[in-house]
Structure formats: C-alpha cells, structure tokens
Design a protein around this ligand. Structure first.
Ligand code: BMA
Length: 371
C-alpha cells in the first residue's frame, strides 16, 4: 500500500510528458529517457546515483583509460551493484584540456558513460566551466559581468560560443555501437541561486541567467540537433519556492526540476546538521512535487550527501525518510575523491559505516543497477 498516493500524484505528470513527446518507439531518445524515468517514478521507485562512480573512488582510480573493464565502483564494492545513475562533470573541457577539473580524462569519461548506458544505466552531466571573462575557475571572484559578456552583443560572445561548440563536439561523440547518440541528462548552470559560481545570483540579472540557459539549450538542441538531451534545472539549497522559480528558463527548455542540497556540519554537531537537512530537503521536495505537477516536469535530488559520512545512519535515517514516498526520479550523491581521503559522499570497501548504505540500497523502492 506504500505507493498508493504516488502513482496518483504522478499520473498527471506522466500524461503531460507523454503528450509532449512523439510517443512510441519512434520517440526521440530524449523522450524515451523521459518516459523511462516517468514510468519508474509511477512505480514508486527512486534511482540511486553517484558522481564519477566508474572513473575513480576512495584511494583508487582507473589508470588504463582505454583498456580497463570499468568494473570497479565504491558503490558496487559495498552493495554488490553499480549505481543506476552515474554523474560526470565537463569542467575544463572548454579549455581544450584532455582531462576535467578533477583529472578524469575525457576519453575515460566517454567510455565510462557509454559503458554505463550499455549496462542499462543512466548518465548525467554537470559543467563547472572557467570564467570566460577573467580566466578564473568557476568559483573565481570577482565574477561580475561574466554572464553579460557571453550573451549576444557581449565582448566574450564569440569566445564563449567556442566553449559551447566544444561541449557539443564532446556530446556528439557519445554514441552507441550503432552510431546513435545516447540519451543523457544535462544540468548546466546549476546552483545559480547561490553566488559562488560566476553564473550565480549576485552576478547576473534574471534576464541574463535565463538567456544563458536558453542560449545553451538552443545551441545544442536546435543548432546541433541534439534530441537526446534531457534538460535539468538545479538550483541550490537556499531556494524557497519563489527563488526556485525566479530564474526559471521556461517550460519549453527544461525537462526536469532538480535540487542540490547537502548536509552541512556546523558547530552544533551531527544531530542538528541532520535535522536541518531533513527540514530543508523535505520542505523543498514539498514545493518541488507541486511545481513538477504544475509544469508537467519530473523532479530529482540532483546532488546531495554528507561529506565524509560522519553520521553512521545518514542513509537510512536522514536521506531515506526524507525522500521516501516522494515522486523523485533519482537522487545522486557527490564524488569519492581518490586523492582527498575525507572528501567522499558514498561509502567504500572497508569504510566503518558502510552497512548503513547497504541497508539503504536494499530498500524496495531504491534502485541500483541490477545486472
Ligand atoms: C566540488 C568538489 C571539488 C570538485 C567539484 C567539481 O563539490 O568535489 O573537489 O572539483 O565539486 O567536481
């Protein structure tokens, strides 16, 4: 009886989604992925995802970019299954580098994404591009005017279009054995309700942000003809409903409504941090559920986690009760850095609190990749 409400809640969204698409086997790869996600939500399932899962983990990384079978995964070491969703980040692709900002070679990223999709999984891309005006990284300050500078008429417009071209060129190589572009989720310009990135709230107007998102969409979807991209919008934790929608790029260019929200340890300790997290995410999922129905969009927890997992029961007592019985398509926890021992968001083989994640992964509504 657990799911009685959910199919009812999501039926409207499923109908809207279905009516927007071509329907049937000739539907675009984007629509097919949306349909798959909507069907999973209607069944009351939540897919579990992990950033960079196949490329590296806690104290290990893939060395052989072309030959490694990509069978190692911290999530798999602990639970027996790969995550259903794997996230990748494009940051530094725009600079022409061969590896991203976290040292993942793009050749490996491509192979990991294709391998994961071939295994039946879903992939998602984020992007932390450098500041196109100042040459600093995504977090570099001051960031003022960077967004305005890349819009039509701005002094960095041509330069920035080269960056979008680089993203389009990389995406274009993501093809299956038959040469067809694989479907994936892309969530550019994330956490823009905060101001730590150059596209953040204090650094551009509402109109500028919306123009940046739409320009990115229009270039890839229309100009490059990429009908395999599911577009995700993912504001950060500071949002309330009004802030969440303040810079909404438009129903016609967004497919999924995400949210990035972490558990942050303050001076008041773990218990207080978890209580804050549950309240914040729970509240956000209330309005996201409503907005998703209103706009006919899927919703997800696009980034979450508790760095270093100091709470032995975070998965089963903080995350799970907060997302349980919510119509969210997936939840993704952030990366397990191979070179920073305390920077991890999923457990790894030998981690003292790994059992709690295993219990979470065995919940009937939490889906990992069952091979
Ligand atoms: C942050 C941290 C950084 C990383 C960035 C992009 O949250 O994990 O170490 O470079 O994401 O992946």
């Amino acid at each position: 009886m657990k799911y009685v409400l959910k199919p009812v809640l999501t039926a409207a969204a499923v109908l809207v989604l279905a009516s927007c698409g071509d329907g049937g086997p000739t539907a675009s790869p984007r629509q097919q992925l949306l349909d798959r996600l909507a069907a999973s939500v209607a069944e009351g399932k939540i897919l579990y995802g992990h950033q960079d899962d196949l490329s590296y983990g806690h104290a290990w990384k893939v060395e052989d970019v072309t030959g490694d079978p990509l069978e190692r995964s911290d999530v798999r070491d602990v639970s027996g299954s790969f995550p259903a969703v794997v996230g990748f980040d494009l940051g530094a692709l725009e600079l022409g580098r061969t590896a991203n900002l976290d040292n993942v070679p793009f050749a490996l990223m491509r192979r990991a994404a294709l391998t994961h999709v071939e295994r039946g999984g879903i992939v998602t891309f984020s992007w932390h591009p450098w500041n196109p005006l100042t040459g600093e990284d995504a977090w570099g300050m001051p960031a003022e005017r960077a967004v305005a500078s890349v819009l039509p008429g701005g002094e960095r417009y041509d330069f920035f279009m080269g960056w979008l071209r680089a993203v389009g060129d990389f995406f274009d190589t993501l093809r299956d054995a038959e040469g067809n572009r694989i479907p994936f989720i892309f969530r550019p310009w994330h956490e823009h309700t905060g101001s730590w990135f150059w596209w953040g709230r204090d650094h551009c107007t509402v109109e500028e942000y919306v123009a940046l998102f739409r320009m990115t969409h229009d270039y890839l979807a229309a100009e490059r003809g990429m009908d395999n991209i599911v577009w995700c919008y993912s504001p950060g934790r500071e949002s309330d409903e009004a802030m969440y929608m303040e810079r909404w790029p438009g129903d016609d260019v967004v497919d999924m409504m995400g949210l990035d929200c972490y558990t942050y340890l303050g001076e008041d300790g773990i218990e207080a941090a978890v209580a804050r997290y549950k309240e914040q995410v729970g509240g956000a999922l209330d309005y996201l559920t409503r907005l998703g129905e209103e706009h006919g969009k899927l919703i997800c927890l696009s980034e979450t986690g508790f760095e270093g997992l100091p709470d032995p029961h975070w998965w089963t007592e903080a995350l799970y009760p907060t997302i349980q019985d919510r119509p969210i398509a997936y939840v993704l926890t952030w990366r397990n850095a191979c070179d920073k021992p305390t920077h991890f968001y999923a457990p790894w083989d030998g981690f003292e609190h790994a059992a709690d994640f295993k219990a979470f992964s065995e919940k009937e509504d939490i889906v990992l990749l069952n091979l």
